[in-house]
Design a binder for this molecule. Sequence first.
Ligand code: SF4
Ligand code: SF4
Length: 392
Amino acid sequence: MSQRDKLIEMNRRDFLHIGLMGATSTLMGGNALAEAVQEYAEKAPFTFPPPVYRTLGRTGLKVSVVGFGAMLTPEPEVIRVAFEHGVNYVNTSRKYMAGKNEEIVGKALQGFRHKVFVATKIQTELNTKEAIIKDVEASLKALGTDYIDIIQLDANADKERIFRAEPREAFTLLKKQGKIRFCGAAVHKNPTDVVNAVAADPSRFFDTILVSYNFKSGKELTDAITRAAETGLGIIAMKSQVGGYATTALGGLSPHQAALKWVLNNPHIALAIPGMKDLVELKENIAVMGVPLRAADQRTLRIYGAAVQPYYCHLCGSCEEGCPRGVEISTVNRSLMYAQGYRNPELAGATYRELPASATAATCLDCSACTARCINGLDISAKMAQARQLWG
Ligand code: SF4
Ligand code: SF4
């Protein structure tokens, strides 16, 4: 049996009737009930829901509200199953899987290219026009396509980057050549400021913004997103499931559907791109399309939110002012999230290694007392020590 046939067969016989599981799990606690639901879920067939689409801001693209975050997926067939069921947006990056992720997405696109919107990112450290053009051309080759729908410039550590001339010149030229259709910005750190800056840009150079947004986000970010969407920016949410941390606080049941529903409950979010590594995760996420956020979901999120509080970094960056040595605490913490939440050591290590040595947790070794303070109560010294344990 081919890999594809195996997946289709799994698709028929496995599993979790995720929609029922998500709704029911929120009503109960305790392992006995969880096991009962699991047993039911394993016997019930899964029906893919009809896809739901929203308009991605001024791009005018009609995108499925659940897009495919491809960063965790080693298997193109999983992405193809999503495409077959109406998911029409896939997000990748040269950085994921040391460049292999774009090739995996390229394989998934075969026969679907005309139906699916492809977004990728240029590599964080590139700033010159020449290097950016080369990078996009490498992405086109890896993806096996002659155009990218949305090319994203990562404003991660430096919001000024989105205003620099050379990336814009590179994107303008690539657009003229038909190699890219729309330009997006992407932001992890200090998202409120960056969303505000992109929205206030009078040139309206960027059409979309990819931003970390979830039920732990503050009102300032929600307000910034509202204003940005009103200017016509297409808003794409990432980190929608708060880092995907496992918790036993819900009796072993997943809170991730409730988290995704919370994000999609905001009409200014065009789509979310949860990372999905296999069919179980695809089904868990896709089942959310068109399902409203209910009071039971809010209860689930309160429990989940409390459980991840000691780990979850909002990536706001506000602690960094308190570090005299310039450690990029939020990026170190994001690397830890990839390691501990996503359980993706490659991505975690690659993100950590993007930092200059002086901005890593190694710098803390000869610091006598940590003066950085987390406004959300995280123990920064302990987090930096965890990073050193993982990456030296
Ligand atoms: S211990 Fe704290 S203040 Fe010192 S270098 Fe590390 S993060 Fe900065
Ligand atoms: S450690 Fe705290 S203050 Fe620093 S970026 Fe994370 S949530 Fe913000």
